[in-house]
Design a protein around this ligand. Structure first.
Ligand SMILES: *[C@@H]1O[C@H](CO)[C@@H](O)[C@H](O)[C@H]1NC(C)=O
Ligand SMILES: *[C@@H]1O[C@H](CO)[C@@H](O)[C@H](O)[C@H]1NC(C)=O
Ligand SMILES: *[C@@H]1O[C@H](CO)[C@@H](O)[C@H](O)[C@H]1NC(C)=O
Length: 392
């Protein structure tokens, strides 16, 4: 290949070149692997030297411009007429896991409520229930930064945004576009650190869901990255009122398109299991939330007792398979557990009512086992009690 970069003017030179490539090809097949990889790397360097503006994926380490900030974004739009936030235990669990695993610089709550308004005052002084209190607390280590935003009522194409979920879709994309960082829905639970993905050099990262689309409930982007800019623009044109026309459909379209130029590093698409291993189907919600016939972790519980840890060694599943029931999922390759709730589709999961502290601490479902380590930390710090309700 590198022979083509040198000016060849005579027939003789062409013949020589042809002979040389045959010789090189033979060398390639007969030399040991070490030597061939050195031979291949030489023309690569020659070619990229002509295009200094687009570094190859194996080029220099990413510059700070390419690092996705360690900032988390949540969105909660209070419906007209609502007096209070309606946060539940599961929302606090989601927020706390993001804070615990990522230690973000800032956690934003983008909302339509005024920072000095009575809704936040009531949440903060505990009169709106325990979970609202914890989420807005200034004493738990994280400091939720409330960002009051105008909530759009119409898309750029003039169509009215018919429901809160769609208004939230527009708010979340603009927030991440303007500030950069990680967006997660409230039913997404961080299972491990995202730093390697934020620092991968890609300016946007998102993951696929059941059926192959990119899910818009979890995404990472640098400020004003190309993907988020195209999505923010495209969603206004695409909006029809369809459930995911402006969200999943647009991020899938622009995200996939951007992958074709890997040197630009505008988009990294993760496999489904990385961010959204389950789904909204009855089968998947049963798999995730269904209570199994195994002894409860709270079987011998007495008030205030220490709860066990379940650290899993690397080889444990091969060395002692008898310790792991067939139904128990290995969460090793999941960064974010998007726990699609069965409530919304009015499907009844056997043995499951709500995500309560007791449901998680009993460890009788795949969901409970995934989030137990965070719930145990909360229990150890006295932030939750086993008999706390899921709401209030
Ligand atoms: C909590 O805040 C609300 C709104 O400001 C106020 O009306 C209420 O009296 C406060 N309650 C307590 C116990 O401080
Ligand atoms: C649950 O497991 C126990 C012991 O393994 C067994 O005796 C019992 O029948 C099981 N219950 C159900 C509902 O499967
Ligand atoms: C409960 O106590 C019994 C008897 O001491 C013990 O065998 C069992 O492992 C304990 N179970 C749990 C979940 O702590």
């Amino acid at each position: 290949m590198f022979l083509q970069t040198k000016p060849l003017t005579t027939q003789l030179a062409l013949k020589l070149a042809a002979a040389a490539s045959v010789f090189l090809a033979l060398l390639f097949f007969f030399l040991p692997h070490d030597a061939t990889s050195r031979i291949i790397s030489t023309p690569r360097v020659d070619l990229t030297a002509d295009r200094p503006s687009s570094p190859a994926p194996s080029g220099p380490p990413p510059t700070p411009r390419d690092v996705i900030p360690n900032t988390v974004h949540f969105v909660y739009i209070l419906p007209d007429g609502a007096d209070n936030f309606n946060f539940q235990f599961s929302h606090f669990l989601s927020l706390y896991a993001a804070w615990h695993h990522w230690r973000p610089d800032t956690i934003y709550l983008h909302t339509n409520v005024d920072t000095t308004g009575p809704e936040i005052a009531r949440a903060r002084n505990g009169t709106a229930g325990k979970w609202n209190g914890h989420i807005f607390s200034r004493d738990l280590g994280f400091d939720l930064r409330v960002n009051t935003v105008p909530v759009p009522t119409h898309a750029g194409n003039g169509m009215e945004l018919q429901n809160m979920e769609h208004r939230s879709d527009f708010v979340r994309v603009k927030a991440v576009h303007d500030l950069g960082g990680v967006y997660i829905d409230w039913d997404v639970h961080a299972l491990r650190d995202l730093r390697p993905l934020r620092e991968s050099g890609f300016r946007a990262v998102a993951g696929r869901q059941l059926g192959g689309q990119i899910n818009s409930g979890t995404f990472l982007s640098t400020r004003a990255g190309r993907m988020i800019a195209l999505w923010m623009d495209g969603m206004h044109k695409a909006y029809t009122g369809g459930w995911t026309t402006h969200s999943n459909e647009v991020i899938t379209r622009v995200g996939q398109r951007l992958v074709r130029d890997p040197a630009e590093r505008e988009m990294l698409i993760m496999e489904r299991e990385a961010f959204a291993p389950g789904s909204w189907t009855a089968e998947d919600t049963d798999e995730l939330f269904g209570v199994r016939n195994v002894t409860s972790n709270l079987a011998n519980y007495t008030a205030g007792m220490a709860l066990p840890e379940y650290e899993e060694e690397f080889e444990a599943r091969w060395d002692r398979p008898e310790d792991f029931p067939d139904w128990e999922r290995d969460w090793s390759y999941t960064y974010l557990l998007h726990a699609f709730t069965p409530d919304r589709w009015s499907h009844k999961v056997e043995g499951f009512e709500h995500i309560t502290p007791r449901y998680v601490l009993e460890r009788q479902s795949n969901f409970a086992r995934a989030v137990y380590p965070i719930a145990k930390i909360m229990y150890d710090k006295g932030l939750i009690g086993v008999d706390d309700s899921h709401e209030g």
